[in-house]
Write a protein of this length. Structure first.
Length: 234
């Protein structure tokens, strides 16, 4: 498990491709590798990878299987690429963000960037089926960083996050340009809540469900809105 608090930025030192497998040698910040062992888990841009070889105090190697390459941005990495990294949380660790599994659900696209004073706003375009799990004020993980959704437009298929200067300093987000692909992991409790409500509606309403969807659409509502989890503190 991970906390979504990025602990550093690593660089890709070498890439070795073999049939169905890619090996990444990463250079980590000083002291990041202290106590790191073969078999340990490290979140690399939000993807949980296993240490397969330790080279020295700042270098470790990871194998990435073909399925992970197809589902994440790791296939686009080049020598010199920078990625967000976090070591697996220890028992009793403070959860400064929210619990993450390191299993990326989908890739999204950085659709726009705004820079109000002392802030950095990312608008992220999402494949439509996944928007049902994204709500304003809810949690989401982007490239391994736990962030809060500021706004979400379910019909248009986008959401926004606001980044403070410290987040830009500690992560790779400041170097991202429009069109960049991003790894997204949705918040699991939200997913379970939404899916449970939708399944209950489907089970109870059955053939009436399409008519309800049409009625809600005519009034500017949706089943996803009905399934929205309660806001914190409510």
């Amino acid at each position: 498990m991970f906390t979504g608090i990025v602990q550093g930025v690593a660089q890709v030192a070498t890439i070795t491709d073999r049939p169905g497998l890619r090996s990444l040698l990463l250079r980590f910040p000083e002291r990041f590798c202290e106590g790191l062992e073969i078999g340990a888990s490290v979140a690399c841009d939000g993807v949980c990878l296993t240490v397969t070889r330790l080279h020295d105090a700042q270098h470790a190697e990871f194998d990435v299987m073909q399925q992970s390459l197809g589902l994440t941005t790791l296939a686009d990495l080049q020598v010199g690429s920078a990625i967000n990294v976090e070591r697996a949380a220890r028992d009793g660790a403070e959860i400064g963000g929210h619990p993450l599994s390191g299993h990326v659900d989908f890739m999204a696209t950085l659709a726009g960037i705004r820079r109000p004073e002392n802030n950095h706003v990312l608008r992220i375009q999402v494949p439509q089926p996944w928007m049902r799990y994204i709500f304003a004020k809810g949690y989401i993980a982007i490239n391994g960083a736990s962030l809060t959704v500021a706004e979400a437009d379910r019909k248009a298929g986008w959401f926004e996050v606001w980044l403070i200067p410290e987040t830009l300093r500690a992560t790779t987000f400041g170097g991202k340009a429009e069109g960049a692909a991003l790894n997204i992991e949705i918040e699991r409790q939200t997913q379970v809540f939404v899916d449970t409500v939708r399944e209950a509606l489907d089970e109870r309403l059955g053939p009436l469900l399409p008519a309800l969807e049409q009625l809600l659409a005519a009034s500017g509502q949706s089943l996803d809105a009905l399934a929205e989890p309660p806001k914190l503190g409510q």
